[in-house]
Design a protein. Structure first.
Length: 101
């Protein structure tokens, strides 16, 4: 049985990779969709997911942004399958879908 690798999974789902200010791996994904808002019409909803690993790549901090500079949710996870499940669940709760790139 193959061991789960969060970094490979992030790359497979279209997260762009970079290096953070501290020299640690940083992965970012921007999602957007058109939504119908009562009395306002069609508007664009955006969601940015930012995953920053520690230098050993054993833990990660996941920040979720919805158009502002301050994240509406920030969580620290071990870099395992549970972290990926939490990311997918948060994305699903905001009305978006994860699709393999």
């Amino acid at each position: 049985m193959k061991k789960f690798n969060l970094i490979e999974t992030l790359n497979a789902y279209g997260f762009s990779s970079a290096t953070s200010i501290t020299g640690c791996p940083l992965f970012t994904l921007d999602l957007s969709q058109q939504i119908e808002v009562a009395f306002y019409g069609v508007q664009e909803q955006t969601l940015r997911i930012q995953v920053v690993f520690n230098s050993e790549k054993t833990t990660c901090t996941v920040n979720y942004y919805n158009g502002s500079l301050k994240p509406f949710k920030s969580k620290v996870h071990l870099a395992d399958k549970r972290a990926w499940n939490a990311i997918c669940e948060t994305i699903r709760n905001k009305g978006f879908e994860m699709v393999i790139a």
